[in-house]
Write a protein that binds this ligand. Structure first.
Ligand SMILES: C[S@@+](CC[C@H](N)C(=O)[O-])C[C@H]1O[C@@H](n2cnc3c(N)ncnc32)[C@H](O)[C@@H]1O
Length: 252
């Protein structure tokens, strides 16, 4: 079948509308259809062309998310009738965003598709909390890893021991619920209980919250603060820079 449209897989960044790319914004302004995920911030949704059909893939009948196969099918259908179809995802589409899988399925269905990268929350949330991921005095390596291992979305088991030994900064996505297990694994691997850790929730948004502690203290701090997802965890000596840099953080 001849397809009229093209699907643009766009990264919306972590929330601050100023972090949306110019390319992504221009496409949102000219989109015919936008299929967006649950964590997209309201100011970014406000950039969408008012005449565009807007579909929230994070909600169905008020409660449930669309299944991945339903989203792909929807994008294929829309590309058959509309010229500019945007698939809008939080952060970067190719970083724990299933963008690779969606693009693969669209290509297999004969749909034209293009990616527009976004700023990933694993970089932006620490930056807005005054934490550089590398620093000449503290870290020359970074690992981005998922803390959400239960449903086989990515690799079934992260090798925390290997990560603890191979990287000076560890950035964990989706790790809040699994944090006790992750900390146990890192301590087993030989990290000190004094290793600094930061949790940044709703990074780059007005409601950004941070907790700064150590592998020993952070769980009690989380309980006391009733700290919840979505958040990024940063583990390593770079977290100490928060004290020096956080005073000059970007306004959110
Ligand atoms: C399914 S992953 C999507 C990641 C996204 N593709 C990216 O590049 O940022 C969702 C996780 O990203 C993290 N996340 C997304 N937006 C965030 C934000 N504004 N602040 C802190 N963490 C965020 C949280 O760990 C959340 O559980």
């Amino acid at each position: 079948m001849q397809h009229l449209g093209k699907v643009y897989l766009i990264g919306a960044g972590p929330g601050d509308p100023g972090l949306m790319t110019l390319k992504g914004k221009t496409l949102l302004e000219s989109a015919d259809v936008v299929v967006y995920d649950a964590l997209i911030s309201p100011p970014i949704l406000a950039m969408i062309n008012a005449d565009a059909e807007q579909i929230n893939a994070g909600k169905r009948r008020g409660r449930h998310s669309l299944q991945q196969s339903e989203i792909t099918q929807l994008l294929i259908e829309k590309a058959q009738t509309a010229a500019v179809v945007v698939r809008l995802k939080g952060g970067d589409p190719f970083v724990f965003g299933r963008g690779g899988e969606e693009m693969e399925d669209l290509i297999a269905a004969g749909i034209s598709v293009e990616v527009v990268p976004g700023i990933t929350s694993g970089i932006a949330a620490p930056a807005y909390a005054g934490i550089p991921l590398t620093h000449r005095a503290h870290s020359s390596s970074v690992t981005f890893v998922t803390g959400h291992e239960s449903v086989g979305k990515y690799r079934p088991a992260v090798n925390w021991q290997a990560i603890a030994h191979s990287s000076e900064t560890i950035v964990v996505y989706m790790g809040i619920h699994n944090l006790p297990h992750i900390i146990d694994q890192l301590l087993l691997a030989g990290l000190s209980i004094e290793t600094p850790i930061a949790l940044v929730r709703w990074g780059t948004r007005p409601e950004q919250e941070e907790l700064i502690g150590t592998l020993q203290t952070i769980q009690a701090q989380m309980e006391a603060a009733k700290f919840e997802a979505p958040a990024i965890a940063v583990i390593g000596a770079v977290v100490q820079m928060h004290e020096v840099l956080a005073g000059c953080r970007p306004s959110v």
